[in-house]
Design a protein. Structure first.
Length: 315
């Protein structure tokens, strides 16, 4: 789902928000974005939430009021506190760069080719020509220079989307990691493998600690591969990638569907890279990633079956 909708989201965001005056449009969209993300997170966390934190006692109307209220507070803080500070800081930092670019810029002569009358008459009114013109308008221009102030703005927003992605990944990956441990604890406490009660809080903290240790020790390799080796990612495209992948992961986690967050992110990176930069995707790196996806399932199955086969003779 993420792979199929991310290019559409990127194109819509590129055209309807940032075609003209991108910096001002980006500032205007900040409160809306923060309201939606925070309200969505609060609603997903409270609606039929954790029994351990007693979120399951909150009724549906209470979840709506709580999520909308917290989202409105966040949007007002962004509108009246964060947005003016971002405007002043980005404009102050970009003014010096604009002065320097004016000093060092040089003029270039560009030859424009006027369309012939035959070409104009052959394409007007045609359905194919209309579709081609719409696609040329809808898809982002690959030769377009990004607005520096907008890129700086998205660099700030991407910090928040990274937190959103971390929240979604924690909701999915921590559950995948501690599910066997939680089953063992349930068997030890209740003498049953059905696991009717919630996982204890110390088991959840253990899973969080283990994932943090893995991120600190080996996570930088995955960060390098996803962030730099597949395609060029700027703050605007990174915002789209993280937002779509986090949204998909959080919805799947809410319905108890264990999905791969890595596949969501890689698919989003590749397709947004195709839409944005065309031939800028390194298909050899993507091929190696797909090979690892295909090989991990039989490898983990064989390793687990082999260990269980050995334990059968020792226990």
């Amino acid at each position: 789902m993420t792979k199929s909708t991310l290019p559409l989201k990127y194109c819509c965001y590129n055209n309807f928000f940032f075609q003209n005056h991108p910096f001002e449009c980006g500032l205007r969209s900040l409160p809306i974005f923060y309201f939606f993300v925070i309200s969505f997170n609060v609603f997903m966390a409270t609606w039929d939430g954790s029994k351990l934190l007693h979120f399951d006692r909150i009724p549906l109307w209470g979840c709506f009021i709580l999520s909308i209220g917290i989202g409105l507070i966040a949007a007002l803080l962004v509108q009246f506190v964060l947005k003016p500070r971002l405007r002043r800081r980005i404009q102050a930092s970009s003014s010096a760069d604009e002065i320097e670019s004016v000093r060092t810029s040089s003029f270039k002569t560009i030859q424009l080719h006027a369309p012939s009358e035959s070409d104009d008459s052959s394409e007007t009114g045609g359905v194919v020509a209309s579709c081609r013109q719409f696609l040329n308008w809808f898809l982002p221009d690959k030769d377009r220079l990004d607005d520096e102030k907008t890129i700086q703005l998205f660099g700030t927003i991407q910090i928040f989307t990274a937190c959103f992605a971390g929240f979604a990944i924690g909701a999915n990956d921590v559950g995948n990691a501690i599910a066997p441990v939680a089953s063992l604890v349930a068997i030890y406490k209740d003498q049953s493998a059905e696991q009717k009660s919630e996982a204890p809080i110390y088991v959840l903290l253990y899973g969080v600690f283990a994932i943090c240790c893995g991120m600190w020790t080996l996570g930088y390799r995955i960060i390098t591969t996803v962030g730099t080796k597949v395609t060029h990612i700027n703050p605007a495209s990174g915002f789209t990638i993280e937002f779509g992948a986090a949204l998909t992961t959080l919805i799947a986690s809410k319905f108890g569907l264990p999905i791969s967050t890595t596949q969501c992110l890689i698919g989003s990176v590749v397709l947004v890279g195709c839409v944005r930069s065309g031939e800028g995707v390194k298909w050899s790196v993507f091929r190696n990633i797909v090979i690892t996806w295909v090989s991990t399932l039989p490898m983990s199955t064989l390793i687990a079956a082999g260990i269980m086969f050995l334990l059968k003779f020792t226990l």
